[in-house]
Design a protein around this ligand. Structure first.
Ligand code: CDM
Ligand code: ATP
Length: 316
């Protein structure tokens, strides 16, 4: 039976601006996404049974349709019934390293890895654009996770324009294990408070996205100017999450006091990341934050920006 091992990286949002809402209940966004080298491992193997089976080393995570990896495999069986009939089912094994419900797109990245893995397993030869289109059916963050690296994401987050990849930037990620923030809650609360700022016509939305595309954050990325990137970090969802979750605010302040180049919440939280000058500083900041907030519930990781999304590491 053929099998593939894939690495599914986490993402952070260097920039997240909510510019409008949509008839489908989602929001119009302009985001700048960045993959980091904190990865889950996904093993995908052809199965002698005509079923999808998901196994995961985190017992709390569902292994049925509640798991995004399962749903990605199910989508492939629906879209490519002939290949499913020819090759049979799939066994998916997930080893989690990315904190769950963290704003780091862990589940999204797992789903992206399953799409890429089944494309290989079934010899479908799908293009990046075709994989992104399938990914968008499953979730807004999943298309980015396919190609990863550094990219602008617009629409509800599913339209991806790659940017020049950043050379090693060292980042500290922090998350309280037991703290979760609901993404629908964050967007709903933002709408309740800031709907008056939403752009209403297509031209204004396009113009705003174009302005971000030629704006200071993208310029900083083009020039690989880490300090400037760190100064231009932005996330509109902080406006609703920080007041409601004092622990997230405390992480932001603790990082800032540790002298990092810049710090921001990722996605809808509750993870907070900090951009550091060097790997050495990142390691020191991690220790300093662990010392300042002496809480066993707090997880910290030193990670590095990477230029790729889903990667195949071995096949047999
Ligand atoms: C916060 C981010 O992680 C930033 O990258 C994403 O915007 C969220 O991406 P995601 O988790 O893949 O989101 P989805 O699974 O597509 O949507 C979850 C929920 O978030 C809200 N949502 C999401 C994306 C978007 N552009 N507008 C929204 O309002 C909707 O209530 C939706 O029901
Ligand atoms: N393979 C998976 N890995 C992690 N969570 C999953 C997975 N499949 C389903 N989930 C569910 O999805 C929810 C969100 O988890 P996930 O780790 O993807 O959040 P996130 O990092 O906030 O995602 P995003 O940044 O895309 O909003 C969790 O409540 C979890 O139960």
């Amino acid at each position: 039976m053929r099998s593939y091992t894939l690495l599914a990286p986490a993402k952070i949002n260097l920039y997240l601006e909510i510019i409008g809402d949509r008839p489908d209940g989602y929001h119009e966004l302009v985001m700048i996404m960045q993959s980091v080298d904190l990865c889950d491992r996904i093993d995908i193997a052809a199965s002698s049974q005509d079923i999808i089976r998901v196994r995961c080393d985190v017992p709390d995570l569902p292994t049925d349709r509640g798991n995004l990896a399962y749903r990605a495999a199910e989508l492939m069986t629906q879209k490519f019934p002939e290949a499913f009939a020819q090759y049979g089912g799939v066994d998916i094994t997930i080893q989690k390293r990315i904190p769950i419900a963290a704003g780091l797109a862990g589940g999204s990245s797992n789903a992206a890895a399953v799409l890429v893995g089944i494309d290989l397993l079934w010899n479908l030869g799908l293009t990046r654009a075709e994989l992104e289109e399938l990914a968008a059916v499953l979730g807004s963050d999943i298309p980015f996770c396919i190609g990863g690296g550094t990219a602008i994401a617009t629409g509800r987050g599913e339209k991806i324009a790659p940017l020049k990849g950043l050379d090693n930037i060292y980042i500290v990620l922090a998350k309280y294990r037991s703290l979760e923030v609901s993404t629908p809650w964050a967007y709903k609360t933002y709408k309740q408070q800031f709907e008056n700022t939403y752009l209403r016509d297509t031209n204004s939305l396009t113009e705003r996205a174009a302005a971000v595309h030629s704006g200071p954050m993208v310029q900083a990325i083009v020039h690989q100017d880490t300090a400037e990137i760190a100064r231009k970090l932005h996330n509109d969802l902080e406006k609703v999450v920080l007041p409601a979750y004092p622990q997230v605010l405390q992480l932001r302040e603790t990082f800032a006091n540790a002298g990092v180049l810049g710090t921001m919440m990722s996605g809808s939280g509750p993870s907070v990341f900090a951009i550091c000058e060097t790997q050495k500083q990142a390691e020191e900041v991690k220790l300093q934050v662990l010392h300042t907030i002496s809480d066993e519930d707090l997880q910290l990781f030193v990670v590095r920006s990477i230029k790729n999304g889903i990667q195949v590491t071995s096949q047999s």
